[in-house]
Design a protein around this ligand. Structure first.
Ligand SMILES: [Zn+2]
Length: 158
């Protein structure tokens, strides 16, 4: 049996090639942060191969067949972020929150989107919600704290 390891991005935690910088999904400039198991689903494998349009079609197909989970919605939201389709990103983030209300991920995504739009105060508010979720991994918590500080620094003081 072959044990294949895949590298994963430290910020979006999606499969990512070692040489890819910045991450094509979330824009993280740091190299991939950890390696783990070979992706378990077709959509994740396609994302790992950066066949993003095919991954999108596969995920939409899953939704149309009623296989709509928080995880599927989250992947659609990350892909929409990669495509810079803000409307789709918001739709799928909110759908993910409806199915997985405790997930920090949609708030991270909304924060990144608001940060990209230079809407600093709103980005900070979303990062704060993400940071309030207990299931956030420590190393990712650190990353989000860093993003939050970067946004905070851009808010003028009165
Ligand atoms: Zn990433």
């Amino acid at each position: 049996m072959i044990f294949e390891e895949t590298n994963y991005c430290g910020l979006c935690r999606l499969p990512r090639r070692v040489s890819e910088a910045p991450c094509q999904i979330c824009g993280d400039p740091a190299p991939p942060q950890f390696s783990g198991e070979f992706p378990s689903t077709l959509a994740l494998r396609l994302i790992g191969e950066r066949r993003l349009n095919i991954a999108w079609a596969e995920l939409e197909d899953e939704v149309s067949r009623g296989i709509e989970s928080g995880a599927v919605c989250l992947l659609l939201a990350w892909l929409a972020f990669a495509f810079q389709d803000e409307r789709a990103m918001e739709t799928w983030s909110h759908e993910c929150l409806r199915l997985s209300p405790d997930s920090p991920e949609p708030h991270l995504l909304l924060g990144l989107t608001l940060q990209r739009a230079e809407r600093w105060a709103e980005a900070v508010a979303e990062y704060d919600v993400a940071l309030s979720r207990p299931c956030l991994e420590p190393e990712r918590r650190e990353r989000i704290e860093g993003l939050r500080l970067a946004c905070q620094a851009n808010i003028p003081e009165f």
